[in-house]
Design a protein around this ligand. Structure first.
Ligand SMILES: C[S@@+](CC[C@H](N)C(=O)[O-])C[C@H]1O[C@@H](n2cnc3c(N)ncnc32)[C@H](O)[C@@H]1O
Length: 294
């Protein structure tokens, strides 16, 4: 395979990517051309959402083609377009054959939640100190343990006492990682719900792979009261869902919310004030975990 390397200002990245797709590039990736320099720009997206921009001030756009002729022809065609103004062809290079599966897998190492609790891809051996593991491979649904919001929820779950059998609701389950974590820490009756049917399917598959019994479904599968209600979504839907989520928490039960940025703490406290007194109980990389006892 051959890669065509281009430089583009931020406002040209979308047009360039669309044109490369139309020219049947096998893949198009965009990187910060100033990465690892003082001019590097951080682009943050909320969990499950794309970053707020299409590219960086100076973006490196790399398109993969099956042969050199196709890569060079794409460079010629693009250079003739009006929207190419301000862009630059850096070159065409041969990409050595690689074991792509192995390369992709090598990017997903086990993730430590606590020194004894780890998320471990199926192609890895669990670390020797792991006493509890969730086996999970990257898939279509959000939740592999690499995002701070998921990790904070899992750290909270790891404090559950195995002696107290708990009915748990995972609202916005994604991959099902929180529901599976709750099962590993003693929960006995677990409902995991999501508006996305592919997340429901992923949750079922991941639960089976972890030998965990749970009930996965669309949101109306959540019924009655639970000892623990977990929801890692985003601040705006969490505010809308406040009465519904709180109505699912049993008296004396716990509400655990994530997907909230530090600066959103007061908005969330106010939205939940009629039902629960939310407190910030963990923080990581600008994200917070908010919990309440009802
Ligand atoms: C950030 S992911 C969290 C996944 C997983 N629970 C975790 O902690 O990694 C949020 C999930 O919530 C789901 N979701 C978003 N809005 C929802 C809503 N109103 N009701 C139920 N699920 C929702 C999304 O489809 C997505 O799978």
């Amino acid at each position: 395979m051959f890669e065509l390397r281009l430089l583009a200002p931020e406002e040209r990245v979308e047009d360039l990517s669309d044109a490369l797709d139309a020219l049947e590039a096998l893949s198009v990736s965009v990187e910060d051309a100033d990465a690892q320099t003082d001019a590097e720009q951080a682009l943050f997206g909320e969990p499950g959402m794309p970053p707020p921009k299409d590219g960086w001030q100076r973006s490196r756009v790399i398109a993969l083609f099956p042969d050199e002729g196709a890569a060079r022809e794409a460079a010629t065609l693009l250079s003739a377009q009006d929207f190419f103004a301000g862009c630059e062809v850096v070159g065409v290079a041969d990409v050595p054959e690689q074991d792509w599966v192995r390369l992709t897998q090598s990017q997903f190492a086990p993730v430590e939640i606590t020194p004894e609790f780890w998320i471990v891809p199926t192609w890895h051996e669990p670390p020797t100190q792991a006493r509890q593991t969730i086996r999970l491979d990257p898939g279509l649904a959000f939740g592999t343990g690499t995002h701070p919001t998921t990790r904070m929820c899992l750290r909270w779950i790891a404090t559950l006492q195995p002696a107290a059998p708990a009915r748990v609701l995972d609202y916005g389950c994604g991959s099902g990682i929180l529901a599976i974590g709750a099962a590993k820490f003693g929960a006995v009756a677990i409902d995991a719900v999501d508006i996305d049917p592919s997340a429901v399917e992923a949750t079922r598959l991941n639960a089976d792979a972890n030998a965990v019994t749970l009930n996965a479904g669309l949101p109306d599968a959540a019924q009655g009261r639970y000892d623990v209600v977990l929801a890692n979504i985003l601040a705006t839907p969490l505010k809308v869902l406040a009465p519904l989520l709180c109505a699912h928490v049993a008296p004396g039960g716990s509400l655990v919310l994530a997907g909230i940025l530090e600066r959103q703490a007061d908005e969330l406290k106010n939205a939940y004030a009629p039902y629960a007194a939310l407190e910030v109980s963990d923080a990581e990389d600008g994200w917070i975990l908010m919990t309440a006892r009802l």
